[in-house]
Write a protein that binds this ligand. Structure first.
Ligand code: ADP
Length: 333
């Protein structure tokens, strides 16, 4: 991956060099052209003046209309070179900008993929190592019942984490290629309640509050599994990027045309410059080496893709006094 980045960097430098060379060469040609134009003007003016004098005319040749038309022609040529040159330079600059943007995107993708590989390796290895250690301890040591139970609970948590990760990996690759949603009328309130309960089993300390003054059930046509995954990822993120014990509120409002779900947390928040990027596949803020929270950069990609399949929309805004609010809009078809 590093080799590929180096190659892209080299290509970028090379193409920038070529473009700058073209720009300088063109500027040189433009200067030469203007110079030649001036020389031609002086030569023509001189010869015309000689003919004019030979015809017996007196006074200043520069005051004649013939001389003026030569000046006009020279100026016209000059502006033509300048005009066409500017268009060429602007086109070249736009070209440079496009090439740079293309390379930058390529470099970002390479970096994100590299981060993803680092993250996924860690995310897969660490629960497996914990589970294997727990099983070994249970096998080799005679422990008290309560201790055994604690270890088993921890093992189950790690297994569920692993299973959620594998679920995200599979879903993300299916969303890229072959996902066909199956829409069913379902109670969104009940679905979110179930997901919250599932999360609380892994994180008993989680403070998830489901708010809605709407009459229950709140019906909507969704792909049930897909939508469970949407809610799971949003609630998990809200908890993951907040202090332990910090509340996460989920508010459901049913409008005539759409159902609106808001997932609010009081966590670290998302800077405005990143609010679009976080929905890209593999995108995570910060560097993998220095990042403290676990993750792969797949969660919000799955959420936004799934919303696309539902003909819905998602965006994020800041919460007051702090944190983020993810807003989902699901149309009532
Ligand atoms: P992951 O959480 O695995 O890194 P996601 O796709 O779920 O990947 O999220 C992408 C990035 O968006 C995260 O790395 C994080 O920086 C940011 N993010 C997502 N949800 C929240 C949130 N509720 N609060 C703050 N930052 C968030």
């Amino acid at each position: 991956m590093k080799k590929r980045k180096k190659k892209v960097d080299r290509l970028r430098l090379f193409s920038q060099f070529i473009l700058i060379y073209m720009l300088l060469a063109f500027l040189w040609w433009a200067v030469l052209l203007i110079k030649k134009n001036n020389e031609l003007f002086h030569a023509t003016a001189q010869s015309k003046e000689l003919i004019w004098q030979a015809e017996g005319n007196n006074g200043s040749f520069e005051l004649t209309s013939e001389y003026q038309s030569l000046v006009d022609k020279r100026d016209k040529q000059f502006w033509m070179v300048l005009g066409e040159g500017s268009v060429f330079v602007i086109a070249l600059m736009i070209g440079i900008w496009f090439i740079n943007r293309g390379y930058q995107r390529e470099i970002d993708t390479i970096r994100q993929k590299r981060n993803f590989l680092l993250a996924i390796t860690h995310e897969l290895k660490s629960p497996l190592a914990s589970i294997s250690l727990i099983l070994e301890t249970l096998q080799t040591r005679r422990l008290e019942r309560s201790h055994q139970e604690n270890l088993a609970k921890h093992g189950i948590k790690e297994t569920e984490r692993l299973s959620a990760l594998v679920e995200n990996l599979l879903l993300s690759s299916r969303l890229d290629k072959s996902f066909t949603p199956v829409f069913e009328t379902t109670d969104l309130y009940g679905l979110i309640e179930e997901v919250s309960e599932d999360i609380k089993r892994i994180r008993p300390e989680a403070d998830i509050r489901l708010l809605s003054s709407e009459e229950k059930p709140i019906l909507a046509k969704v792909d049930i599994q897909g939508f469970q995954s949407v809610m799971f990822n949003l609630i998990e993120n809200a908890l993951k990027y907040s202090d332990p014990g910090s509340p996460v509120e989920i508010e459901i409002t049913s409008k005539k045309e759409e159902t609106i779900i808001k997932v609010r947390d009081q966590g670290i928040g998302i800077p405005p410059g990143e609010r679009q990027k976080i929905f890209q596949q593999f995108y995570r803020s910060g560097h993998e080496e220095t990042r403290s929270t676990k993750g792969t950069g797949l969660g919000l990609y799955i959420v936004s893709k799934m919303m696309e399949y539902h003909g819905g929309k998602i965006h994020v805004e800041s919460n007051t006094p702090k944190g983020s609010t993810f807003v989902l809009r699901i149309p009532k078809k």
